[in-house]
Design a protein around this ligand. Structure first.
Ligand code: ADP
Length: 239
């Protein structure tokens, strides 16, 4: 087993090995962090996540990205999720809870995680609470990407994405050097099927009706959740 691992590493270019070594050395000095990002579609969660992830060596768990990958691969999960996603409705709690439960076990989540798009309902928050209790960990912070709904339509309908890296562009606010092409890889950019004004309406409705009660008064689920105790803070743009 050890010999096989050594042989595998021999084939890895030195520059890749050194870069990974340096990354791990840097990560060893970072404190563990468990964050939840909350905000409506287009508020910037997906843009900020990779930056926070690299800075703190966390795993980035974006349920929307994971579901889109499942839809594209036509897995049983993707087949079940597709219709709700296209309509801008939430997929069932069981499906997303299962994804997060599996993902939290990954070695890349050892130093902590960024939950981007989860929990989105009170049931999901309860399940998250139970999962974290099992692991004996708590969420440190909930970062609230507060933004006016009126700004979101222009942001969402002009958004372009490079699927494999997650880099995002905007035709007006952050255009790529060449329209429709990723600056770094030269690969084509795509627009999400649900990034239309009509579907945005349903996504915002789901956010206000189902997700806000998890975090905000009067329901304020996280006030009493045991995984939070008094450790987590709901703060705007802090991390
Ligand atoms: P948004 O830009 O709306 O925040 P996401 O990429 O996070 O988009 O999610 C896209 C879609 O995936 C949602 O509209 C919903 O259908 C589904 N989805 C993502 N996360 C969840 C979740 N935690 N619970 C239920 N559905 C989800």
């Amino acid at each position: 087993m050890a010999a096989a691992a050594a042989a595998d590493l021999e084939d890895v270019p030195s520059v890749v090995l050194m870069t990974e070594l340096l990354r791990r050395m840097k990560c060893a000095t970072k404190p563990d962090k468990r964050l939840i990002l909350i905000g409506p579609p287009g508020s910037g969660k997906g843009t900020q996540s990779p930056i926070i992830k690299d800075e703190y060596c966390l795993c980035h768990l974006a349920t929307g990205d994971m579901l889109r990958a499942a839809v594209a691969a036509k897995t049983p999960l993707g087949v079940k999720a597709k219709e709700a996603m296209e309509k801008g409705e939430l997929v069932s709690d069981d499906l997303v809870v299962g994804i997060i439960d599996d993902a939290l076990k990954k070695p890349s989540c050892q130093k902590g995680f960024i939950l981007d798009g989860f929990p989105r309902t009170v049931v999901q928050a309860q399940k998250l609470d139970e999962m974290l209790d099992k692991h004996g960990v708590k969420v440190d912070k909930v970062i609230n990407f507060a933004i006016d709904d009126a700004i979101l339509e222009e942001r969402i309908t002009g958004r372009w994405i490079h699927p494999s890296s997650g880099r995002t562009y905007h035709s007006k606010f952050a255009p790529p050097k060449v329209p429709g092409v990723d600056d770094v890889s030269g690969e084509p950019l795509v627009q999400r099927k649900d990034d239309t004004a009509a579907v945005l309406k349903s996504r915002l409705e789901a956010f206000h009706k189902q997700t806000e009660p998890v975090f905000f008064p009067p329901s304020y689920f996280y006030r009493s959740a045991s995984a939070f105790n008094h450790v987590a803070t709901l703060c705007k743009y802090c991390y």
